[in-house]
Design a protein around this ligand. Structure first.
Ligand SMILES: [Zn+2]
Length: 427
């Protein structure tokens, strides 16, 4: 079996494009999704990027491989047995890195190694402690201070299905020996399958109109940044075909915080995402984070952010909404707790997809008393995209390629959240 490893088999399955948002139930047979390599006539190994760093994190349910690259490249993935492993090949000149072979934590990947398998191909071999499949794999272009990356997420699978994939990859390899592979791509727009009722995602671009929100020293206003992100996120979610998507505002208009909450509730939103990019008095604070609501949050920075945010209604000439009445109704209380749980799951899903893509704050899933997250019947989260008080964040927030990267990660997170809802919890 091991000489199979070195056969160059995976060279038949290169692909350049991301395969994203496939979800738990729709995890791909990766070999069948690949497209043939497009050979660069001038291309030589010297034009390929280098693998700069590799890291693997694993839990008993999932694992993630991140390769830092000196530039985007093509990759291929194959399942192998004896021992069970998943090999990830990238077209690359090579690598200088030395990784610690053992993966801590008793997760589904126990060990891994990164090596030059042949000139122009670096192979990362993930040794599996449990049968696994690729949930998603994608290339991120370099943006700002963040290098290009390959991200591969694994989730557990049954031994039978793993064995089937090993056999299929082997057969595909044999069938492709010496024969140019035909394009076997599946239309990525149809992953939603037969969903008849699409969940409604309401995106709330923070601030607007007379309320500029935060402002950077260079005069950039938060309201314009949040709207640009919201419009791009809406586009991406609509294109996936899985959701109905609405915005609380589509242009530079003013809405109170109560208006925003009311819009989400009246339309029975399945997920409410408020987008912000605020400031803080310490300019070194930077990075993205995702908030759920908690009136009793204790972190000072979080408190200040929420208080400032809640105050914008006063700035705009509206009184601060009255605090909610004491909850007498136990059903309402139960509903609220349920929504908090869902909101937290959504925040985790978004952070999980943002983490490999962009700089995050430490402990990026956070709680604060944001008034705009108060709907008791709509899972609600607030994304702080970055800080308009930090120079690096200001630069990123204005770059369209950085915005695309963030929006793609948010869209993957939304997909993961709805997939998690549709997956029965383990007993
Ligand atoms: Zn804001």
């Amino acid at each position: 079996m091991f000489n199979f490893d070195a056969s160059g088999l995976a060279g038949r399955f290169w692909r350049a494009l991301a395969v994203i948002g496939l979800g738990l139930a729709l995890a791909l047979p990766v070999a069948a999704q690949t497209t043939p390599a497009v050979d660069d006539p001038r291309g030589g190994i010297s034009t390929l990027p280098e693998v700069l760093d590799a890291r693997v994190t694993a839990t008993p349910e999932r694992a993630r491989l991140i390769l830092d690259l000196s530039g985007p490249t093509e990759f291929a993935i194959v399942s192998l047995s004896g021992p069970d492993r998943i090999a990830v090949d990238v077209k690359s000149t090579g690598t200088e890195i030395a990784v610690p072979p053992d993966v801590a934590g008793g997760g589904i990947v126990s060990r891994y190694r990164v090596e030059l398998a042949e000139p122009g191909r670096v192979r990362t071999t993930l040794e599996l402690a449990a049968p696994s499949q690729v949930q998603q794999a994608y290339i991120l272009d370099a943006v700002g201070d963040q290098p290009a990356r390959l991200v591969v997420d694994l989730i557990t699978d049954t031994p039978e299905r793993f064995a089937e994939r090993v056999a299929a990859d082997l057969a595909a390899s044999a069938a492709n020996q010496g024969v140019p592979p035909s394009a076997l791509s599946t239309d990525p727009g149809t992953h939603g399958g037969d969903l008849t009722v699409r969940p409604l995602v309401v995106i709330d671009p923070g601030h607007g109109g007379i309320d500029n929100g935060a402002s950077a020293p260079n005069g950039v206003h938060e309201k314009n940044i949040t709207l640009a992100f919201a419009l791009d996120l809406q586009k991406l979610l609509v294109e996936s075909g899985r959701y109905d998507v609405a915005l609380t505002r589509e242009d530079d208009t003013y809405l109170t915080l109560s208006d925003r909450v009311a819009l989400a509730r009246a339309n029975k939103a399945d997920l409410f995402i408020s987008l912000h990019a605020d400031t803080f008095q310490q300019p070194e604070i930077r990075g993205a984070s995702v908030y759920t609501r908690d009136e009793n949050a204790t972190d000072v920075l979080d408190k200040v952010l929420a208080e400032n945010e809640n105050r914008y209604d006063i700035v705009a000439g509206f009184t601060l909404p009255t605090t909610e009445p004491v909850v007498a109704d136990i059903l309402l209380d139960l509903m609220r707790r349920e929504m908090r749980k869902s909101s937290f799951i959504a925040a985790q899903a978004l952070v999980r997809q943002l983490e490999p893509s962009v700089t995050m704050r430490r402990f990026p899933v956070r709680q604060a008393d944001f008034f705009v997250l108060q709907a008791p019947d709509v899972p609600s989260i607030l994304v702080e995209l970055g800080f308009l008080s930090n120079a690096a964040d200001i630069a990123n927030l204005q770059k369209s390629d950085w915005r695309q990267r963030v929006v793609a990660a948010l869209a993957r997170g939304v997909a993961d959240y709805f997939d998690a809802l549709n997956t029965p919890a383990a007993p």
